[in-house]
Design a protein around this ligand. Structure first.
Ligand SMILES: Nc1ncnc2c1ncn2[C@@H]1O[C@H](COP(=O)(O)OP(=O)(O)OP(=O)(O)O)[C@@H](O)[C@H]1O
Ligand SMILES: [Mg+2]
Length: 486
């Protein structure tokens, strides 16, 4: 056999790579990944609207010297199989080129290191003319003419990307500047979510000088968010951290919080796993077909942290926007799904109960907070029904009654009630249930008859009963007894 070299055609391959499927926002995120990997603590994204709009991504990261920059611009500069630094968000050695050129025809990169600026560009039209992998190097005077290049004045090191000639976006619109502005707004939302754990902490991202605020999809700062038990799954000596959260019920959220979690309509859609690779959100709002998206599961969100060393298992894609879940991890994640969906259902159903925090109401069950932050439920001994018994029972009978009440309290079926309630299977009283109202009405009348026998003031007892559960929950009952001759 004779060996034959088969080189790819530069214009054709670049054009093909442009079609990997980046959207505007995923492309920008791929560039921000590079800035974060380069340990930048500030990234500026600047859209310059014009007849020929341009976009700058500038960071104050470690920068590159001329040799490093020339290498970085090579398509396929790093081996995807190479072990990467723990905090590196890259994998394929392609992102800077593939993401930028998916949106535009010309990418200029200038970088500063050791006090010097170096610059190169990929210009698709030049590549077509030359029919080869030709970069263009920029001289110092050419660099100085670039827009906003004075951003370098305030940093020791950093990198500047200039994207020009948005041919694909132009084809899809008659108003390029408007469309780009809309895309930028979507990008702001996307970056706020995808980097929320960085934005809270290590990096600031500005779009045209406006700082992006983090969008935490778990609303950790809301006191009513429930953090469930954390789990660590060990795979090939690497640890995957799984932390389920249950969002508060919608009416406990401010408008801003509701927006952060995706809005009322999208709450259901956004339940599921939130997969992070080195704290950068990759994919979210999916149960990977392990379970269905149920209405009652909509408050359940599970944070899953995977290190980049396990990239090969998850089949992370070049755009860092999809992952596949290997079966062995699926099985281990299953338990956390069940627990969190049950909790979500519990939070959801709980709001169905009327908790009338009314001083004038006598509750039958009292919720008592213990010192360790747990609660216990006790039967309220001050309800009118018990007071009536106290009038007639002797002290031994009263003690017996107290023992019965204590046993009921101790044997309260917490677990099964919790399970049934979480599945919406507990029969709840309805305000308009005529049969129930008739029954309660009868009970009150019997109690009043009993009052006559033991010589208690009927009017006083009636008033007390109507302020006690379950009677106090039914406006109709109050109306009925208003008219009643006592
Ligand atoms: N903003 C930057 N600051 C410093 N170095 C950078 C910057 N952007 C890119 N680089 C260097 O250029 C290299 C190539 O970047 P590129 O985005 O093309 O690939 P990658 O980040 O290695 O992998 P991926 O294809 O997954 O993004 C990076 O590995 C990094 O060394
Ligand atoms: Mg990259």
């Amino acid at each position: 056999m004779i060996e034959k070299q088969s080189l790819p055609s530069a214009p054709i391959l670049i054009e093909a790579i442009r079609s990997l499927g980046y959207s505007f926002k995923t492309a920008i995120a791929d560039l921000v990944d590079n800035s974060i990997s380069a340990r930048a603590n500030r990234v500026d994204i600047i859209l310059i609207p014009n007849e020929y709009p341009r976009l700058i991504v500038f960071d104050n990261g470690i920068g590159m010297n001329k040799k490093e920059l020339e290498e970085a611009l090579r398509y396929g500069t790093k081996n995807p199989l190479e072990k990467r630094n723990d905090s590196d968000l890259g994998r394929f050695g392609l992102g800077m080129k593939s993401a930028s050129m998916s949106q535009c025809r010309k990418l200029i990169v200038i970088s500063k290191k050791d006090g010097k600026l170096s610059g190169f560009s990929w210009d698709l039209d030049y590549v077509i003319t030359r029919q080869g992998w030709y970069l263009l190097e920029y001289r110092e005077d050419e660099i100085k003419k670039l827009p906003n290049i004075n951003l370098f004045d305030n940093v020791e090191t950093g990198t500047y990307l200039l994207l020009e000639n948005f041919d694909r976006v132009s084809l899809s619109t008659s108003n390029l500047n408007n469309t780009l502005t809309n895309y930028m707004n979507e990008t702001i939302d996307h970056l706020a979510l995808v980097y929320h754990r960085y934005l809270n902490d290590t990096v600031e991202i500005y779009v045209n000088n406006n700082k992006i605020e983090p969008r935490d999809p778990f609303l950790v700062s809301n006191k009513s968010t429930m953090a469930l038990r954390e789990q660590n799954i060990i795979i090939n000596n690497e640890s995957i951290r799984v932390k389920p959260y249950i969002l508060p019920y919608i009416n406990k959220l401010t408008q801003e919080e509701l927006k952060k979690v995706g809005g009322k309509e999208d709450l259901r859609n956004n339940q599921g796993f939130y997969i992070y690779r080195n704290k950068r959100l990759i994919i979210w709002g999916t149960w990977f077909r392990l379970t269905r998206k149920e209405e009652l599961g909509k408050l359940a969100r599970i944070m899953v942290d995977i290190p980049n060393s396990l990239d090969y298992m998850w089949n992370i894609d070049i755009k860092k926007s999809t992952v596949n879940l290997p079966d062995m991890i699926k099985k281990k994640l299953y338990a956390s799904i069940d627990e969190s969906i049950l909790q979500s259902k519990a939070v959801h159903n709980y709001r169905g109960r009327k908790i009338v925090k009314d001083k004038d109401v006598n509750y039958i069950w009292e919720r008592i907070e213990l010192r360790d932050g747990c609660y216990e439920y006790k039967i309220n001994r001050n309800i009118q029904q018990i007071k009536m018994l106290e009038e007639t029972l002797d002290s031994n009978q009263l003690k017996a009654l107290d023992r019965v009440l204590s046993i009921i309290e101790e044997r309260f079926p917490t677990n099964s009630l919790y399970l049934d309630a979480s599945q919406g299977k507990v029969n709840v009283e309805k305000d308009d249930d005529n049969e129930l109202i008739e029954k309660l009405c009868y009970e009150i009348k019997e109690n009043l008859k009993y009052c006559s026998i033991i010589g208690m003031d009927k009017k006083y007892v009636l008033e007390a009963l109507l302020k006690t559960e379950p009677y106090c929950n039914f406006e109709n009952l109050k109306e009925m007894f208003k008219e009643e001759e006592i």
